[in-house]
Design a protein around this ligand. Structure first.
Ligand SMILES: Nc1ncnc2c1ncn2[C@@H]1O[C@H](COP(=O)(O)OP(=O)(O)OP(=O)(O)O)[C@@H](O)[C@H]1O
Ligand SMILES: [Mg+2]
Length: 366
């Protein structure tokens, strides 16, 4: 009897979320318990050493090395399942917003495919195409324009991923022994992990190693995305060059002192600031353009990615954006041990993508 009950109540299947970034891979294992997503384990591994470059740098490692890295990470994090959801980099995809005439559901895919052809620069047979129709109440119209939109049709978000990318990831996952049930662009993982659906308009800033990605999200739905081709590794490389120190030393200085090194580290602060200024300028333009175009106010900037962990980052982010700026707290969506609360607050921005992918995988079990 006891065993019957324990198996009845013990529907605690564990799942993984996997994020393969340009400089590091992250994994998160969660399970469902009493209706809550519970954190079981998580870990991160720098890819640099697998490709002969320093930790913190972006690197395209060959498939066999990537498989080795993933296996090492799974071992280090002591994961106990292979069932996962995998996030794909934004750079592997093309995202467009199109408007299509109102048609019956059955014809939607054909109409979208026809329209998307104008925006996707490769033959559609070479891409995996996915779309989601943006619910009417979420579409962007001024109050007085709503009748026009009725006529204009449906706003649709279209995502295209090159088949080659997808099959590369599939073979890496298989080689690592992992069993993904889906692949999704990292944007959607991040949104799930860091945005509360009731919140009006927010901008997610994901500062990774290679690039900084901006997503504008309205009530949980993606409305715009933008990539800035500058990331945290550019700060390290600039420091190494200007201060004539090794990349490893520069990386350590960046991480330990950041903008909070005091007068002794004036040069360090100056170089970091110059690089961040460019990123903030670009981000702010994207934000202001959006606000102007749609007459919407972005209420909060949510910071994700390892680059935002730089000491003093939020101070200048707040000045630049002139709006509320917060660190992403994706661990807040999970049940976690209370005594590690500091650690989770610190790791949150880096694990947003992996946690988002894990949450979707978990919801598939319901
Ligand atoms: N404490 C810190 N202070 C400053 N920078 C940091 C800190 N921790 C990590 N970084 C930087 O964050 C970057 C890695 O961030 P992240 O793991 O989000 O990138 P990624 O996902 O691999 O890259 P991408 O998203 O561009 O593909 C590295 O360049 C690293 O130097
Ligand atoms: Mg990333």
């Amino acid at each position: 009897m006891a065993s019957f009950f324990s198996s009845l109540f013990k529907k605690e299947t564990s799942v993984l979320g996997v994020d393969i970034g340009s400089s590091a891979i992250k994994v998160v294992q969660i399970k469902k318990k009493r209706g809550r997503a519970v954190l079981e384990t998580y870990g991160e591994l720098a890819l640099g050493p697998y490709g002969g470059v320093e930790v913190g740098r972006a690197i395209s490692v060959p498939a066999d090395k990537l498989i080795e890295a993933i296996k090492d990470l799974l071992r280090e994090a002591k994961t106990t399942t292979v069932s996962c959801g995998t996030a794909l980099p934004l750079s592997s995809s093309l995202i467009t917003f199109i408007t299509v005439p109102p048609v019956p559901e059955k014809q939607m895919r054909d109409v979208i495919t026809l329209e998307a052809r104008k925006y996707i620069p490769v033959p559609l047979s070479e891409v995996f195409l996915d779309y989601s129709v943006i619910p009417k109440e979420e579409t962007y119209v001024g109050e007085d324009e709503s009748s026009q939109t009725e006529k204009k049709g449906e706003d649709v978000l279209v995502v295209a991923i090159h088949n080659e990318y997808l099959s590369e990831y599939q073979s890496v996952m298989a080689g690592s022994g992992l069993q993904p049930t889906f692949y999704e662009i990292e944007i959607f993982s991040s949104i799930r992990a860091v945005v509360d659906s009731g919140v009006s308009t927010v901008m997610i800033v994901d500062m990774g190693a290679r690039s900084t990605k901006l997503y504008i999200v309205e009530r949980g739905i993606l409305r715009a995305s933008h990539i800035i081709n500058k990331g945290s590794q550019d700060i390290t490389l600039a420091l190494s060059k200007a201060m004539s120190i090794s990349v490893t030393e520069a990386e350590t200085l960046k991480r330990t002192k950041g903008l909070k090194g005091g007068p002794e580290y004036k040069e360090l602060s100056e170089i970091i600031t110059v690089n961040l200024d460019y990123i903030f300028y670009e981000s702010n333009s994207a934000l202001l353009n959006y606000q102007k175009r749609y007459s919407k106010n972005v209420s909060t900037v949510i910071l994700t990615g390892g680059g935002v962990l730089l000491k003093g980052f939020t101070d200048i982010a707040k000045i630049s954006f002139q709006t509320d700026v917060v660190y992403a707290d994706p661990f807040g969506k999970l049940e976690t041990p209370a005594f590690l609360v500091e650690e989770f607050a610190q790791a949150g921005p880096e694990f947003a993508v992996a946690i988002g992918a894990a949450l979707r995988r978990l919801s598939e079990l319901e």
